[in-house]
Design a protein around this ligand. Structure first.
Ligand SMILES: [Zn+2]
Length: 248
């Protein structure tokens, strides 16, 4: 009798697991908008209405470049990249999504970001044979500690959607420094100056690069990378991020 109970408990537990998995799959297949639970989806996590309501930057008067906005141009005086495209200011729902992505490992959001970034890039590069994707690297120790690099996850999803080549191991973060939050701009730049390397496996880069990160703040990280890339003969760099946040 005791054995029967054990078997029954095990069976019940398996059944429960299957049911949970089944419900998860059904929810994904049928789809439900993240924001309003609506079903008229444009992406497995987003409906048409909420997509239209997202507080995205509008680019029609900016020549498709945030750097043409004088207030933003001033924030990056010594930049080494040519174009800045960000989906939105760091505000709802993007701040919420980015936190869930990074701290709660909601990796399915990478494809939602990639979907929105693909829409944002429009067709600027899609037919271009001399174009590649890069992502801002983190140090191997940090990758091991955290288990993932959010910029890489977004870039991989973006690569799947656009089919643009992704040079996923071309950039290396060679120095391992603690979080840069709270450090002065001058100190940040000093620490970052020698923080990156280019992998020896890469001889030449495409002329046009799309450099992906989750958020841009001071731009010092991407600047340090772009300086290296320009030395390697890259002609045009587009920095592409989910959110833009003002430095404090
Ligand atoms: Zn919705």
């Amino acid at each position: 009798m005791e054995l029967d109970n054990k078997v029954a408990t095990q069976l019940f537990s398996h059944l429960h697991d299957y049911l949970v998995e089944f419900l998860k799959l059904t929810r994904y297949a049928l789809g439900e908008c993240e924001l309003c639970k609506g079903a008229k989806l444009i992406h497995p996590l987003l409906c048409h209405h909420c997509y239209a309501d997202l507080p995205l930057f509008t680019y029609q008067h900016l020549g498709h470049n945030l750097l043409n906005w004088p207030a933003i141009d001033k924030l990056f005086p010594n930049r080494t990249f040519d174009q800045l495209l960000c989906l939105a200011p760091y505000a709802e729902p993007f701040n919420h999504w980015l936190k869930q992505f990074k701290y709660q490992q909601r990796f399915e959001l990478a494809d939602l970001f990639a979907f929105l970034l693909t829409e944002l890039l429009r067709e600027q590069y899609f037919e271009n044979n001399d174009c590649g994707i890069l992502s801002v690297p983190i140090h191997l120790n940090k990758w091991q500690q955290r288990g993932f690099n959010q910029a890489h996850l977004i870039a991989s999803a973006f690569n799947k959607r656009t089919k643009l080549p992704y040079l996923d191991s071309a950039l290396v973060r060679s120095s391992y420094s603690e979080s840069q939050v709270g450090q002065s701009g001058k100190l940040r730049r000093k620490l970052l100056k020698n923080a990156f390397d280019i992998s020896e496996e890469v001889d030449t880069f495409p002329s046009n690069i799309i450099l992906i990160d989750d958020v841009i703040t001071t731009g010092s990280t991407v600047n340090a990378l772009c300086k290296l890339l320009k030395l390697k003969g890259v002609k045009h760099i587009t920095v592409l991020t989910v959110a833009f946040t003002l430095p404090k």
